[in-house]
Design a protein around this ligand. Sequence first.
Ligand code: CUA
Length: 384
Amino acid sequence: MNGQQFIFMGDQASGYNREILQMSLWPLALSILIFLGVSGALFYTVNRFREDRHDAAPQQFHGNNRLEVVLVLVPVVIVLGLSVLAVRSLVRLNTASAQALSVEAVGRQFWWQFSYPTSKVAGGVVTNGNEMVMPTKQRVSVTTSSLDVVHGFWAPNIGGQRASIPGSNKTWEVDTDRQAVYQGNCSQLCGASHSNMRYKVIALDQDRWTAFINAATAYTAPTPEPGSAAERGYTLFTQGKASTGAVACSACHRVQGTSAGGQSGPDLSFFGTRRTLGAGMWEAMTPRQWEETEVQPHSPLKFSPAAALHAWIKHSPVVKPGSLMPRYDGGEYKINGKVQKGGLLTDAEIDDIAAYLRTLKLPEEADYWRGIPVSGSTTAGGNP
Ligand code: CUA
């Protein structure tokens, strides 16, 4: 289990999962009782009325109205009882109370946008890509929808699989008692990178959560130092490079506190705090891993984090099928079946953009990954 993400539908730290388990115990117990009753009666009858024990036919009671009424009423009462239990659980699981914290989860091809409508910032609300931060021991009301095709929101440990449908908002409440990182997946076949549409749910205890949401609300992206790689990266990020046809990143991406306000790609305000890239295609991008340029022997990745980020910026549609991000290696890629030609950035320019992105960090006390164990893992610190 070391360092592995542990996915468990019956995680009892979640109130949602507890409700489902408690509700299912009744039908389970009744089924066992009925099974024992019916098979007991069957064995008794077969044995008691064996032909070799009796010459005469057993007493007949066909047409006994009272017995027939009882035999109809008993199952009706059982089914009604179970319906009441099921409806009660459905009502409890689909509430959207005013006290709950609201999170909006919007599916896109092929990533997730998580935003906090009550945490307003200049030009929008606090928003993160592919990493959903939530408090523990508090109801969180998740509203999911989609901006293109049908996706499926599913983080089994916190409970409640929901289809994310364009033009429809589905709201339900989840909660968990345990501070941990949980795996989420898109559960609805949605295109070429359906399997590359993963996310993390990071549940933080109240003080950590408060530190995160306060810092995220107050956050303004740092201004890069004059003459640094990050500053050159920032210029490319916001202006692109018209002479080679390289579109500005800010056309699609937003960075809180800067002029970058694009809406069609993931919000990059906290990019440097994130430990996943490409909607979970790469994960465990810990500070330690960033230090190491060599690929770890146990790592399933073919890249170090720096190489992964470089490849991602350079030609996202090559490393992730169906990615709608432009290529910056001059190659061709397809958007909705139409062939497009990418712009051109040099490797050094790509590294400048990467350097800028890595400066986009929440303050240390608001780093939601720091010291948070992956659920079911013995490894502290999010991912190894
Ligand atoms: Cu989105 Cu599968």
